[in-house]
Design a protein around this ligand. Structure first.
Ligand code: ACO
Ligand code: KIV
Length: 532
């Protein structure tokens, strides 16, 4: 492949400084800013209509976003009308600040201000590209002219804001393609814009640094962000924001390293919708914080509903392997993972019982599961699914979860081989009822009539053993499979002809269950009437 076509110098500060971000820690959540209704929306084949926009906005508010970009009003009538709807109908909660996006073009800036007329407060977000390729190819401008574009655009914002005294208007500025822009130029432009809008600590400028097209590994972006953070003229008057895209698949890492490097705010979307490969996924970022013991400041405790709404609004599915939210992310098919998960859950349950607590109160420590699925509203139902890759631990987990049946340790390997053979033969996953059915078929369910009252299982097994000249070497009572309506389940093993044969029985009493399981075992050994 012609890799030599892609040689690319990093537009990163190279000399005269040393990075500090590797020593940082992520110990608090950033300001979360959703751009679902702008950057997400502009990337959809069918941009959102009013119903979907309103649904997305309501979800963002309910989830706890305080900073929401509600559109690009000059782009389309839909965008303009939705902004007007929220503004005119006073549909913006008091603790939420909305922003509107505009390119640095006079007519579009003016239209943007029309859209927010009458709002209590709003942020106007000015943006244009600054990198060399865009300067030359898109604008046909020199670096100086692009600085002029930023300054002129910012001046225009300030002038128009002065004409709206009833609205508290603040500004955001994005040097689009920041990651490909010479750092000194990006710094100069940012300083000039901060100066034009007279940013102060009380009325800060949001300076948003995008990886518009992600081109380098995250550590390069972290260097760029830290260098800006340390060199801005009015750092105290700037909310330093980042806006990572995901072209290299590393938007989450870029955002996390940028936070180490001094960023205060992250712009992104739910589940990462956005141009090309998307924006950084804020759900992943927030739950990464959560899973490290940091308050994510967003309520994602019902991830399924969040996902369902986002899928409806974007008309795009969330991938089954999407971190924290995908259908398969709390599921193990492979035997060793299943074994470890089952042991981890059992250890937690034991500890909870010993300490008289609910599992939800204990620190989460289960191998292969980074968080408790219940913390995001998922259950343990699909944690373990069985196919030809599965093992005895997982199969036992399914029987226990679905039927209360905990196989004796000696039997698990035996039954796992049966399940594996069935899964391999079918070439697919086995559903839990199929596994239960296999257990019944393999070890036989006997329906011998109930024994007279007063008989106990030792008596029964002793008598049957003597009658057939075998020894029952193991009796195992297990939990009650509620779904079957049988209060007692028993598995017994007998030794015959150098083999161990197990039988399964269910009945209303333990004695009858033992009796039936013994008869099943005998039948399997060919020692009982009706033997197969
Ligand atoms: C990084 C981002 O996500 S930016 C947001 C992008 N969002 C969208 O594109 C969705 C909304 N749609 C648009 O923006 C449209 O393209 C509109 C509303 C600007 C309509 O633009 P049109 O007048 O039809 O122009 P068109 O899209 O063909 O070309 C864009 C023009 O704007 C210029 N331009 C591009 N970006 C900017 C900018 N940020 N600021 C100022 N001018 C810009 C281009 O150089 C080009 O100018 P030219 O006509 O002199 O060559
Ligand atoms: C508006 C800017 C921040 C943007 O969307 C980008 O550069 O990707």
């Amino acid at each position: 492949m012609p890799f030599h076509r892609y040689a690319r110098d990093a537009a990163a500060p190279t000399s005269g400084w040393s990075r500090r971000w590797p020593d940082g820690t992520l110990d608090r959540s950033p300001i979360w800013a959703s751009v679902d209704l702008r950057d997400g929306n502009q990337a959809l084949a069918d941009p959102m209509d009013t119903r979907r926009k309103q649904r997305m906005f309501d979800l963002l508010v309910a989830t706890g976003f305080k900073d929401i970009e509600i559109g690009y009003p000059a782009a389309s009538a839909h965008d303009f009308d939705f902004v007007r709807k929220l503004v005119v109908k006073e549909g913006i909660p008091d603790d939420v600040t909305v922003s509107v996006f505009t390119p640095a073009r006079a007519d579009l800036i003016e239209r943007t201000f029309e859209a927010i007329r009458g709002a209590e407060r709003a942020v106007v977000h000015l943006c244009h590209a600054t990198a060399c390729l865009w300067r030359e190819v898109v604008f046909g401008m020199s670096a100086r002219e692009v600085v002029g574009m930023a300054v002129k655009g910012a001046q225009h914002l300030v002038r128009l804001a002065e004409r709206e005294p009833g609205t508290d208007i603040r500004f955001e500025y994005s040097p689009e393609t920041f990651n490909l822009t010479e750092p000194e130029l990006a710094l100069e432009i940012a300083n000039r814009v901060a100066e034009v809008v007279d940013a102060t600590a009380e009325r800060p400028l949001t300076l948003n640094l995008p990886t518009t097209v992600e081109t380098h590994s995250p550590h390069v972006f972290a260097d760029q962000v830290e260098w800006m953070h340390r060199n801005l003229d009015r750092r105290e008057a700037v909310v330093l924001s980042v806006h990572p895209h995901n072209d290299r698949g590393t938007a989450v890492a870029s955002a996390e390293l940028a936070l180490l490097a001094g960023a205060d705010r992250v712009e992104g979307t739910l589940f990462g919708n956005g141009e090309r490969t998307g924006n950084v996924c804020l759900v992943t970022l927030a739950l990464n914080m959560f899973s490290s013991g940091v308050d994510p400041q967003l309520d994602l405790s019902d991830i399924h509903t969040v996902r369902e709404i986002v899928e409806d609004c974007n008309r795009l599915p969330v991938h089954p392997r999407h971190p924290y939210a995908g259908d398969l992310v709390y599921t193990a098919f492979s035997g060793t993972h299943q074994d470890a998960i089952a042991k981890g859950l059992a250890a937690l349950a034991d500890r909870a019982e010993r300490e008289g607590k609910d599992v939800g109160e204990l620190p989460w420590q289960v191998p292969y599961l980074p968080i408790d699925p219940k913390d995001v509203g998922r259950d343990y139902q699909a944690i373990i699914r069985v196919n030809g890759q599965s093992g005895k631990g997982g199969i036992n987990y399914v029987l226990k979860a679905g039927w209360g049946v905990d196989l004796p340790v000696e039997l698990r390997r035996d039954f796992a081989a049966v399940v594996q053979a069935a899964a391999d033969a079918l070439g697919r996953e086995l559903e839990p009822p199929e596994i239960w059915q296999l257990l019944r078929e393999t070890y036989g369910l006997d329906d011998s009539p109930a024994l007279p009252a007063g008989t106990d299982e030792h008596e029964v097994l002793g008598h049957l053993g003597a009658e057939h000249g075998v020894a029952f070497t193991r009796v195992h009572f297990t939990g009650t499979p509620a779904a079957t309506g049988a209060p007692a389940t028993c598995l017994v093993a007998l030794e015959a002809g150098g083999r161990t044969l197990w039988g399964l029985g269910q009945a209303d009493t333990t004695t009858d269950a033992a009796h039936r399981s013994a008869r099943s075992a005998l039948r399997r050994a060919g020692l009982h009437e009706g033997a197969r």
